[in-house]
Design a protein around this ligand. Structure first.
Ligand SMILES: Cc1cc2nc3c(=O)[nH]c(=O)nc-3n(C[C@H](O)[C@H](O)[C@H](O)COP(=O)(O)OP(=O)(O)OC[C@H]3O[C@@H](n4cnc5c(N)ncnc54)[C@H](O)[C@@H]3O)c2cc1C
Length: 303
């Protein structure tokens, strides 16, 4: 299908009934409740995969909302710990107050990290759009000074990332490497697919070569292959890195990495606020969005 058609499809998404988006997008979201999420984590564990839970919720503007999100994380952490499953949590800094006041985000994250630490659990800060890059890195570094089991994500499309990684390496941070999902201007972000892939490979290589733990989050075979080559060249054991993938994306690649003996963690989003996350995933993959639009129009499955 042409890129123009794909753009048209993506532009039409807001007109699609929410119920239909929900049905098609359900492969990307574990459900609305913590029990739904734990059932998904259990199914992944049966496949040999680990998980990280993300409570959906963005564009938070009130302090009480951030505290409600913090409390949901505390409940999720306790539930994971008592289930005995191999899972941790991923937190979007703006969901706990970074856009309101960095000290509020620090306070909420401190509570989350303290609860996780009491169970020996790791906490990851996701990386959001560029207005929050610097404040997220600072938040992660500040938390890391108190809680060793804290990590952050870094985006290969941002030109600054290679330099930012120096600070994270100095702190021996567990870093998740991803390409980046937000739309950023060319002044600050690489735009070519090949350039972003090169950047991804260079970041992973720099981090692993420095002896730090890398979480390699991609579904791109080329990025996986280059990471595997780096791991092989450095003769690293499977305890020095993990692969990460999103729930619902490329189970074949997931299976092949697990079968080859690599550790793999699946990002499992859940919660009532599923719509923004789901439409972002659909925009990323217009071929799925196309099925939604065809169903809306009463047409049969796409060829
Ligand atoms: C575990 C995890 C955590 C992440 N955390 C962050 C974060 O903190 N901040 C951030 O900005 N981004 C994050 N991302 C998102 C990441 O930046 C995007 O997924 C990125 O746009 C796609 O990267 P890719 O490496 O899969 O490569 P791409 O080149 O985009 O995709 C490679 C292949 O995977 C397929 N694919 C990719 N995404 C999907 C999808 N949603 N549905 C179906 N097929 C798909 C493509 O069709 C393509 O064939 C995370 C991703 C993962 C896997």
């Amino acid at each position: 299908m042409t890129p123009l058609f794909d753009r048209l499809v993506v532009g039409t998404l807001p007109l699609v009934p929410r119920a239909l988006v929900k049905r098609v997008a359900s492969r990307y979201v574990a459900g609305e409740t913590l029990d739904d999420a734990l059932a998904t984590v259990r199914a992944l564990a049966a496949e040999g995969a680990m998980a990280t839970l993300d409570i959906l919720g963005e564009s938070v503007t009130r302090e009480e909302q951030t505290e409600a999100t913090r409390d949901q994380y505390l409940r999720a952490i306790d539930a994971i710990a008592s289930s005995g499953l191999d899972a941790n949590v991923s937190v979007k800094p703006t969901a706990v107050g970074l856009a309101i006041d960095p000290t509020l985000a620090l306070r909420n994250c401190t509570d989350i990290c303290a609860r996780a630490a009491s169970h020996g659990m790791f906490v990851r800060l996701d990386m959001e759009d560029s207005p929050y890059t610097e404040s997220t890195l600072r938040l992660a570094l500040e938390l890391k000074a108190t809680f060793p089991a804290v990590g952050v994500a870094i985006q290969a499309y941002l030109k600054r990332s290679l330099h930012d990684l120096d600070r994270l390496i100095a702190a021996r941070m567990n870093v998740r490497f991803c390409k980046g999902i937000y739309v950023e201007p060319r002044t600050i972000a690489w735009k070519e697919h090949a350039t972003v892939n090169d950047s991804f490979g260079a970041l992973v290589e720099k981090h692993l070569s420095a002896g730090c733990y890398a979480s390699i989050a991609t579904h791109d075979e080329a990025c996986v292959q280059r990471a595997l080559a780096t791991i092989d060249r450095l003769s690293l054991g499977p305890d020095r890195y993990e692969f990460q993938m999103l729930l619902g994306v490329d189970p074949v690649l997931r299976r092949s990495l697990l079968d080859a003996g690599h550790r793999l963690r699946v990002y499992v989003p859940f919660g009532g606020d599923w719509y923004a996350y789901s439409t972002r995933r659909l925009k990323e993959n217009p071929s799925i969005a196309r099925h939604v639009i065809r169903a809306t129009l009463g047409l049969g499955p796409a060829a």
